[in-house]
Ligand binder design. Structure first.
Ligand SMILES: Nc1nc2c(ncn2[C@@H]2O[C@@H]3COP(=O)(O)O[C@H]4[C@@H](O)[C@H](n5cnc6c(=O)[nH]c(N)nc65)O[C@@H]4COP(=O)(O)O[C@H]3[C@H]2O)c(=O)[nH]1
Length: 517
C-alpha cells in the first residue's frame, strides 16, 4: 500500500520526462529533416542547371548541322563551348553512331563505340564512364548523346553538392536505375532504388532513417541521405545534454509532486469523507454481562468502516474523522444503523441496553434526543433502552447540563474509560451517571497487582458515592472476572465472554447463552 504512491509518482514523472525527451528528439529530427531536404533541393537544382545547359547546347548542335570534323567547324564548336559552362567537350558521331571526332582531339584514329547501354533522359541518352581523351590525359565523363552529337558533361559540376548533401544519387527509369553518385555511406542506402521509394524509410536493423527526394522526369533522379541518431545531435551536444538534464529534473519534480498527491488521496484525512458514508458503516456488538448471573443485559455498539474488502477500526479513523468535522455525521450513522438492525432482529426482551458511544461535541440534548427518538420510533420497539457513553477524558463542565437533561429524558448515561481522565468528582456527582466503566488498562494489570490495578476499589468507592453502577471493560480471563465480582463490580465485558461481533454472530451468541449462561 505504502509503495504505490511512489510507484505512481515515478511512473508519471518519468513518463513525462520520456515524453519530453521524445519531443526533443522529434524536434531535432524535424530540424535535421529540414536541413536534409534543403540539401536535396540544392542537389536537384544543380543537376537541373547542368541538364538545362547541356540540353541547350545539344539543341543548338542538332539544328540542321552535319557532323563535320573540319578544323573550321571544330573551332566554331569550341567557341560554342565557351557559352556553356557545364559542357566539357563536343563529340561527332558517324552513321554507325561511333565517335569519330571531338573538339578536344580532332579526328580519332579509330572511331569509338561505347559499350555502355546508356540511360534515356529528357535531353538525350546518357553514357556514364565514358573515357574522354584530353591533352593532359584521359578523364572519365558522362556523355549525353542526341542526334549526331555527344556533349561531355563537366565532371565536377555537381560533385560538391553530391558530396555535401547526398549519400547516394540514382537516375534512370526502373529498368535502367543506376547509382550516379556513391558517398562513403552509400552502403546504408537502398540498391537499386525505385523511383517510388518512400520519402522516409526506417531501417530498424541499422538504426537508420533514409530520406529520399525524387525529381520525376524521363530519367527520374532520386537523392538519398541516411540519418543516424548521432547525426541529429552532432552539432548540438550541449543542447542534448541540457535537454536530458532538464528531463531528469522535471521527471524527479513531477514524480515527487505526484507521489505527494497520491499519498494525500490515500491518507485517512482524505478518504474518511468517503469511508464514513452510511453505506460503509458496519456495527459490531459486544455483550455486556451481569457478573453475578452471567446474564447478558445489553451490548456495546462498536463501529468499523468498510474499506473495500477490509474493515477499518476506530483507532485508525477516529482522529481523521474528528479533524475533518465528521463526528456528528458518523455518530448519527452508527446509531441509526445499530438501532435499525438490532430493532429488526433482536428477540423481544425487557431491559436490554444498547450502549452507544457519542463524541462529547455531539452530546447536545436537543439534537441527540430528536435523532434517537425518531430512529427508535421507526423501529417500532419500546423495549430497547439507550445508554449513552461519553469518555472520561472528554468530560467537561459544558456537557454536564446536557447529560443531566438526557438522563431526565430517560437515556442511561455512562462514563467510559473511567480512571483515565482527571474529571472532578463534583462534576461526576452532578451528572450522577448510571454507570462508570472501568477502563480496560486497570483490568489488564490486575493479575500483576500493579499500582494502577490497586485503584479499582477506589473507583468502585467513587461509583458508590455518586450512586452509579460499575462496568468493567477488557475482562480477558476468568480470574479477572472472579476478582472483579468479588470486589463488587456488577457488570463486565471483554474477550473472556465475547469479542465484538457482527449482528448475525451476536444473535447466535444470545441464543446459545441462556440467562444463566
Ligand atoms: N484488548 C481488549 N480489548 C477489548 C476487550 N473487550 C473490548 N475491547 C475493545 O475495547 C474497546 C472498548 O470500547 P471503548 O472503550 O468504548 O472505546 C471505543 C470508543 O471510544 C470508540 N468508538 C467505537 N465505536 C464508536 C462509535 O460508534 N462512536 C464513537 N463516538 N466512538 C466509537 O473507539 C474506541 C475503540 O473501539 P474498538 O477498537 O472497537 O475497541 C473496543 C473493544 O473492541 C478485551 O477483552 N480486550
Amino acid at each position: 500500500m505504502g509503495r504505490y504512491p511512489r510507484i505512481v509518482g515515478w511512473t508519471c514523472g518519468y513518463a513525462l520526462a520520456l515524453a519530453i525527451a521524445a519531443a526533443v528528439f522529434l524536434v531535432a529530427l524535424q530540424l535535421k529533416l529540414q536541413e536534409t531536404n534543403a540539401g536535396h533541393a540544392r542537389v536537384l537544382r544543380d543537376m537541373q542547371a547542368v541538364q538545362t545547359d547541356v540540353g541547350l547546347l545539344l539543341a543548338e548542335l542538332n539544328q540542321g548541322q552535319v557532323p563535320d570534323c573540319s578544323p573550321e567547324n571544330l573551332n566554331r564548336l569550341r567557341g560554342l563551348l565557351f557559352g556553356h559552362r557545364h559542357a566539357r567537350g563536343i563529340g561527332l558521331l558517324d552513321a554507325q553512331k561511333r565517335l569519330f571526332c571531338t573538339t578536344e582531339t580532332g579526328r580519332l584514329d579509330t572511331p569509338y563505340a561505347s559499350t555502355e547501354k546508356g540511360i534515356d533522359g529528357s535531353i538525350g541518352r546518357y553514357y556514364r564512364n565514358t573515357p574522354l581523351p584530353l591533352v593532359q590525359g584521359t578523364v572519365i565523363v558522362t556523355m549525353v548523346e542526341r542526334g549526331a552529337f555527344q556533349v561531355a558533361m563537366e565532371p565536377n559540376a555537381t560533385l560538391d553538392a553530391f558530396r555535401q548533401h547526398a549519400d547516394t544519387v540514382w537516375a534512370g527509369r526502373t529498368s535502367q536505375r543506376t547509382r550516379i553518385f556513391q558517398g562513403p555511406r552509400s552502403a546504408l542506402t537502398d540498391a537499386p532504388l525505385s523511383p517510388n521509394a518512400p520519402h522516409l524509410q526506417l531501417d530498424w536493423h541499422r538504426a537508420a532513417l533514409r530520406v529520399t527526394t525524387t525529381a520525376p522526369g524521363v530519367s527520374p533522379v532520386s537523392v538519398q541521405s541516411v540519418l543516424q541518431l548521432p547525426d541529429l545531435y552532432r552539432n548540438h551536444l550541449a543542447v542534448l545534454a541540457g535537454a536530458l538534464a532538464l528531463c531528469a529534473l522535471l521527471g524527479y519534480l513531477v514524480s515527487d509532486a505526484v507521489t505527494r498527491r497520491c499519498r494525500h488521496f490515500q491518507s485517512m484525512d482524505h478518504r474518511i469523507h468517503y469511508l464514513c458514508q452510511p453505506a460503509n458503516v458496519v456495527c459490531h456488538y459486544q455483550p455486556i454481562l451481569e457478573l453475578a448471573s452471567g446474564r447478558t443485559v445489553g451490548c456495546e455498539v462498536l463501529a468499523r468502516l468498510r474499506d473495500g474488502a477490509q474493515l477499518v477500526y476506530p483507532d485508525q479513523f477516529i482522529p481523521a474523522l474528528v479533524k475533518q468535522g465528521l463526528a456528528w455525521r458518523f455518530d448519527a450513522a452508527v446509531s441509526t444503523h445499530a438501532l435499525q438492525e438490532l430493532g429488526a432482529a433482536l428477540p423481544l426482551q425487557t431491559d436490554f441496553k444498547v450502549a452507544l458511544n457519542f463524541f462529547p461535541q455531539n452530546l447536545q440534548r436537543d439534537a441527540i434526543d430528536a435523532h434517537l427518538r425518531a430512529t427508535i420510533q421507526a423501529t417500532g420497539r419500546s423495549d430497547l433502552q439507550i445508554e449513552l457513553e461519553v469518555t472520561e477524558y472528554n468530560f467537561s463542565p459544558e456537557i454536564v447540563p446536557e447529560l443531566r437533561r438526557l438522563k431526565a429524558d430517560g437515556y442511561f448515561i455512562s462514563i467510559d474509560d473511567f480512571g483515565t481522565g482527571y474529571s472532578n468528582l463534583g462534576m461526576v456527582k452532578r451528572v450522577a451517571p448510571d454507570f462508570l466503566k472501568i477502563d480496560k488498562s486497570f483490568v489488564f494489570e490486575m493479575e500483576d497487582a500493579t499500582l494502577r490495578s490497586s485503584l479499582i476499589p477506589e473507583i468502585i468507592a467513587i461509583a458508590k458515592a455518586v450512586d452509579s453502577q460499575v462496568v468493567a471493560e477488557g475482562i480477558e480471563t476468568a480470574a479477572q472476572a472472579r476478582q472483579l465480582r468479588a470486589l463488587g463490580v456488577q457488570y463486565g465485558q471483554g474477550y473472556h465472554f465475547a469479542k465484538p461481533m457482527p449482528l448475525a454472530e451476536f444473535l447466535r451468541y444470545l441464543e446459545t447463552h441462556s440467562p444463566q449462561g
